[in-house]
Design a binder for this molecule. Structure first.
Ligand code: GLU
Length: 303
């Protein structure tokens, strides 16, 4: 019997809010090695949909850094800044189906809401049935009381009831920009992504993404959320916590630490080896089963 070829298509989707740091490297390494060891493709997407949070030159620097680290991606980089027409057309579809509504509430009005969910205030639904003459600020998608559950390959079963835990969430912001939750769902489908490997900081976003996939008749990829690197204070490495940019002059050392962080036990001798040797070792020895099934792990000293 002619078997259907198993397609694996992974991706890495950095936001150009600053240079890559050790935390981003872990997500890049994990998604890349999972894709390649499954004979799959690995695509790159620049999530440049939030100009106020972008750092000039960061997108180019991210690509240069990935190259210096020896990553090879399939096809051209997809820039989300070029995708507004696709996002608008999905918003129109949701609007036509009565799933999207305009909201006039300010951030403060929402924050004052008594309802608390897993990411802060749950929108009370004030504008669900009309604006009552107030001006449109943002666009929200209606949520419901159905449980959304999925099996994360590393973190196990996850479930949320969006209406209770998150509330009707914004797809187009008051400043006219598209929300991450909208863009990521549209582009994962557009790029034909079958497997998403990323940091556990996005675990709580996944039910929102699955909800949108269901509403838009899009396939749901497999998810694996890696432990994220935290500093001594337990904070995720980020621009805000002053994580150091990756050193492009010594890629093997940071790559070695990223592999060790994911419990792949690279031999000590490879720390100073050419980066190609490290990749050759990693491709031969990668074991997703060795990745600790936890949400956070301490970052190594080098960061
Ligand atoms: N752009 C997001 C970030 O850098 C990642 C999005 C994703 O992997 O879904 O945090």
């Amino acid at each position: 019997m002619a078997g259907t070829a198993k397609i694996y298509r992974g991706r890495f989707a950095p936001s150009p809010s600053g240079p890559l740091h050790f935390g981003s490297l872990v997500a890049a390494v994990g998604s890349f090695l999972e894709a390649r060891t499954h004979g799959g493709q690995w695509l790159l997407r620049m999530e440049d949909i939030d100009p106020p949070r972008e750092q000039p030159g960061a997108a180019a620097l991210i690509l240069q850094t990935l190259e210096a680290y020896g990553f090879e991606w399939d096809g051209p980089v997809l820039y989300q800044s070029t995708r507004s027409a696709a996002y608008e057309s999905v918003l129109s579809t949701l609007r036509e189906h009565g799933m999207l509504y305009p909201c006039a509430c300010s951030r403060k009005e929402v924050a004052d809401s008594a309802l608390r969910g897993i990411e802060g205030p749950v929108y009370a639904g004030t504008c669900r049935n009309g604006l009552h003459g107030r001006e449109i600020r943002a666009w929200r998608v209606r949520t419901d009381a159905a449980e959304i559950a999925f099996e994360d390959a590393l973190q196990g079963r996850q479930a949320q009831v969006l209406q209770r835990d998150i509330g009707d969430f914004i797809l187009k912001r008051a400043d006219g920009l598209y929300a991450y939750q909208l863009a990521v769902v549209i582009d994962d489908a557009f790029q034909g992504i079958t497997h998403i490997v990323r940091g556990s900081d996005l675990l709580d976003s996944t039910p929102r993404q699955i909800y949108l996939q269901h509403r838009l008749d899009l396939p749901t990829p497999h998810y694996a959320h890696l432990p994220v690197a935290v500093n001594a204070q337990g904070e995720k490495l980020s621009k805000q916590t002053l994580a150091l940019p990756l050193d492009t002059t010594r890629p093997a050392a940071a790559l070695w630490h990223a592999l060790a962080f994911l419990h792949q036990q690279p031999p000590a001798g490879l720390m100073r080896a050419p980066v190609a040797e490290l990749w050759a070792w990693a491709l031969r020895h990668w074991q997703a089963a060795h990745i600790p099934q936890v949400k956070t792990l301490p970052a190594p000293d080098i960061v």
